[in-house]
Ligand binder design. Sequence first.
Ligand code: HEM
Length: 218
Amino acid sequence: MRPLVFYRSTVGKKIVMAVTGLILIGFVIVHMLDVTLAFRGPDAVNALGRFLHGTADELLWVVRVILLAAVILHIDAAWQLTRIARAARPTGYAERRPQVSTLAARTMRWGGVLLLVFIVFHLLHLTTGTLHPSFQPGDVYANLVTGFRVWPVALFYIAAMVALGLHLYHGAWSSVRTLGLTRPAANPFHRPLAIVIAVAVAVGFALVPLAVLVGWLR
Ligand code: HEM
């Protein structure tokens, strides 16, 4: 099947959502581990920054292109699947009491929008420094500490990480189901694994702004 024909089908869009979602999950796990190097002090996190922007610069660009493509496809498939679902049921239910769906499942769309807003802000804040009060190129540690001393910014990051945790919990589980990598209920480990990934990523990230707020990182 040609790629466009595949993408036009609902199943094709769901598979694209699942595959791009798994790529993004892989990125956030690695990025969270990078960012928590801040707890080892300025040298550790700044050395990684220097390595990424120096020795690994070409690789960084490859990763950026893959991530950008994954984000665009993920959002486009989500948008189109939402339109298909709305067109199939234009009037909505008079009463909607989900029996088995979780909070995470019900917040996928709005949580996704919040994450998109977060990513745009985050890049302007800690990558380009445009929205950072005292950005110093190359000093990742100082940028984290001075950036999160602005408490509304730190709280926004923490709130976004709660949204990320919920999105990951449902996304990690449903992408594996979409791809048929596990049979329904045949693998009792898949939801605990989704919980572990979601909690570890959200808490790991959120600890950084939290640690600055309480004065642990300074
Ligand atoms: C508390 C949470 C987070 C913190 C403290 C954080 C920290 C950072 C820092 C310090 C950088 C700049 C690194 C450098 O220039 O060497 C960065 C870049 C980046 N972050 Fe985060 N991050 C967080 C969450 C996230 C999340 C949840 C995502 C995606 C969903 C994300 C996506 C990115 C991307 C795409 C870049 C740009 C990489 C590049 O192209 O240079 N970050 N982050």
